[in-house]
Design a protein around this ligand. Structure first.
Ligand code: AMP
Length: 399
């Protein structure tokens, strides 16, 4: 049966969407309602080789959804909204409750709501997005696809923190990970690049403004870098990643700020932005490096070191590695960052990349290691939306 599925990623101030024809997996249209909450909101929709962009007030998510659904009819993308057979919503935090995607019902919604403290901006926004669609399309079934679900296969020694055990038992304080849908996709796609390996060991590096690294064996997550919240793991655009926990207390003492203010700084003013003092965007930092900015250079080295340390850790955790994958904004686009990361792991792991293959921006899957590299290295553009659409079809038994 051929059916149309909407994949939705609602953030705090944006709502991205992609409409698929399934199971063919063809994209019918895609776009974004951005700057939600602003008078100069941006609505963009691409279909049949054209893109329409409007600047208009987008006071809330519901207005964005209404605009999207009206556009589907106005631009004759659909004849009727009844053609939409299912909607998949990305949900960042599924906590201990979800090791797979789940059909939206009262129980699913109550659990997502109860997890808001673990992902305050994200989970709240996902529910707002869910309701905005439900109000207009009350009879279309919806599925929640959790970023954390893929990481639920970790063993206790990989997900526990060395704090009093009752904090785990009573408060569920543990590592949940993030970007699971992306890592799952990257694990599957990476395995296709090494068909000769029967039990693939993949280290997937999802490195965008948020970033995480995952060790995948036989398609299952065994370890991942993000922690209780998306603040943990490697250094990110504005987030610290892992720190000595005493940094929090001592930085508060030195600055006179309280833990909430410092937590905000660790989330929004640290990482690439905090260290470079320039930007959270690697393009700006690369440019400053080229102009000889010393702080930008140190930022790059720290960033590469943090990523390399996790790759090394996961090489050990997996008992070796067959392929290392780079993906997301930095991983897909920046040959410079891929190179400085691979330089850090090259000697120990025997990783060699072809510098010519590495540099061009390609937007497609590409093996960038040399034939004599001990571990293959690949760039794979991630595709969380297709994973969402596939899960909607699977859970709603639409195939
Ligand atoms: P994401 O969160 O995956 O969308 O990644 C966004 C980040 O990717 C940006 O903040 C930049 O740091 C980085 N980025 C995106 N495009 C490029 C590019 N062409 N070159 C270098 N870095 C890029």
């Amino acid at each position: 049966m051929s059916i149309k599925i909407m994949a939705v990623n609602a953030g705090s101030s944006s709502l991205k969407f992609k409409l698929y024809q399934m199971p063919e997996e063809t994209i019918i249209c895609s776009g974004i309602a951005d700057r939600i909450g602003h008078d100069d909101g941006i609505f963009k929709i691409s279909f049949a080789g054209q893109t329409v962009k409007k600047i208009l007030p987008l006071p809330n998510h519901a207005v964005g959804v209404k605009l999207l659904l009206e556009s589907l009819i106005d631009y004759k993308i659909l004849n009727s909204l009844n053609e939409i057979g299912g909607i998949g919503h990305r949900v960042v935090q599924g906590g201990k409750y979800f090791s797979d995607s789940a059909i939206f019902n009262d129980d699913t919604e109550a659990k997502i709501t109860s997890l808001i403290p673990l992902a305050p901006l994200h989970n709240k926004a996902h529910l707002v997005g869910f309701h905005a669609f439900k109000d207009v399309l009350p009879d279309v079934p919806a599925v929640a696809v959790f970023d954390t679900a893929f990481h639920q296969t970790m063993e206790p020694q990989d997900f526990l923190f060395p704090i009093p055990y009752e904090y785990y038992e009573q408060y569920d304080i543990r590592r949940y990970g993030a970007h699971g849908t992306s890592h799952k996709y990257l694990g599957e796609e990476a395995a296709k690049l090494i068909p000769e390996v029967s039990h693939p060991r993949v280290i997937s590096c999802h490195i965008g403004s948020g970033a995480s690294i995952t060790a995948i064996r036989d398609g299952k997550c065994v370890a991942t870098s993000m922690g209780l919240t998306p603040l943990g793991g490697i250094m990110m655009g504005t987030r610290t990643g892992d720190l000595d926990p005493s940094v929090m207390m001592y930085a508060c003492k030195c600055t006179g700020k309280d833990v909430y203010e410092m937590y905000d700084i660790f989330n929004k003013k640290s990482g690439l932005l905090g260290v470079s003092g320039i930007s959270n965007d690697t393009r700006d930092i690369e440019e400053a490096t080229e102009k000889g900015n010393i702080q930008a250079d140190i930022t790059n080295k720290l960033f590469a070191r943090r990523v390399a340390d996790f790759i090394g850790q996961y090489f050990v955790r997996l008992g070796g590695a067959d392929i290392i994958v780079f993906s997301a904004g930095i991983g897909e686009n920046s040959g410079f960052y891929r190179e400085i990361i691979c330089d850090q792991i090259g000697e120990a792991l025997g990783v060699k990349i072809n510098r010519e293959l590495n540099l061009p921006l390609r937007g497609k899957t590409e093996i960038i290691s040399t034939p004599d590299s001990k571990i293959k290295v690949a760039v794979i553009p991630t595709d969380e939306e297709i994973m969402i659409a596939r899960d909607v079809v699977r859970l709603l038994k639409l195939n």
